[in-house]
Ligand binder design. Structure first.
Ligand code: CTP
Length: 139
C-alpha cells in the first residue's frame, strides 16, 4: 500500500498584534506554500525584552485570534531568537516564511542550512504601528 507523503510544514514568526489584513495575507500566502502552517507567536516578555514592543493584546488573546483563522494550524510561543533551529527540527519543518522586512536578516538566514527560508513581500500601507498611530489621532 502507498504511504501518504509527509505533510509540508511551514513556520512563520511574529507578534501579530491588532490583527490586520497585512497579517492575514502573509499567513494565507505562507499556508499556500505547504500543508500546515505553524506560527511562532512572540510572547509578551519576548516583545518587551527583545523587540522593544508592548503589544496591545496579550499573548493569550493574540493566540486565540490566530487559532481562529482557517489558514493557521498551530500556535506556539516564540521566547528567544535562538529557538528557531530547534523549532525547525521539532516540527519537521520544510519552509520558514517571513515578511520582506526580515529579508537577509541574520536571525533567519542561517536556517537555510536546515530548511528553505522564504521572504514574502509585505502588504503596503498597513502595520500595527500605523493602526496605533492613526487611532491615537482619532480621539
Ligand atoms: N506583515 C506583512 N505586511 C504588513 C505587515 C506585516 O506581510 N503590512 C508581516 C510581517 O512581515 C511579518 C508578519 O506579518 O512577517 C508579522 O508582522 P508583525 O511585526 O507582527 O506586524 P506589523 O504590522 O509589521 O507590526 P509592527 O508595526 O508592530 O512592526
Amino acid at each position: 500500500m502507498k504511504q501518504n507523503p509527509k505533510p509540508k510544514i511551514v513556520i512563520t514568526y511574529g507578534t501579530f498584534d491588532i490583527l490586520h489584513y497585512g497579517h492575514i495575507r502573509l499567513l494565507e500566502r505562507a499556508k499556500a506554500l505547504g500543508d500546515r502552517l505553524y506560527v511562532g507567536l512572540s510572547t509578551d516578555e519576548f516583545c518587551a525584552q527583545e523587540k522593544n514592543k508592548r503589544p496591545f493584546y496579550g499573548y493569550d488573546f493574540r493566540k486565540e485570534m490566530l487559532e481562529a483563522l482557517r489558514c493557521v494550524d498551530q500556535v506556539f510561543p516564540e521566547e528567544t531568537w535562538q529557538q528557531k533551529a530547534n523549532d525547525v527540527k521539532k516540527y519537521h519543518t520544510d519552509i520558514v516564511v517571513m515578511g520582506s522586512d526580515w529579508a537577509g536578516s541574520d536571525r533567519f538566514e542561517y536556517l537555510k542550512n536546515i530548511c528553505k527560508v522564504k521572504y514574502l513581500s509585505r502588504t503596503p500601507d498597513i502595520s500595527t504601528t500605523e493602526i496605533k498611530k492613526r487611532l491615537g489621532k482619532n480621539k
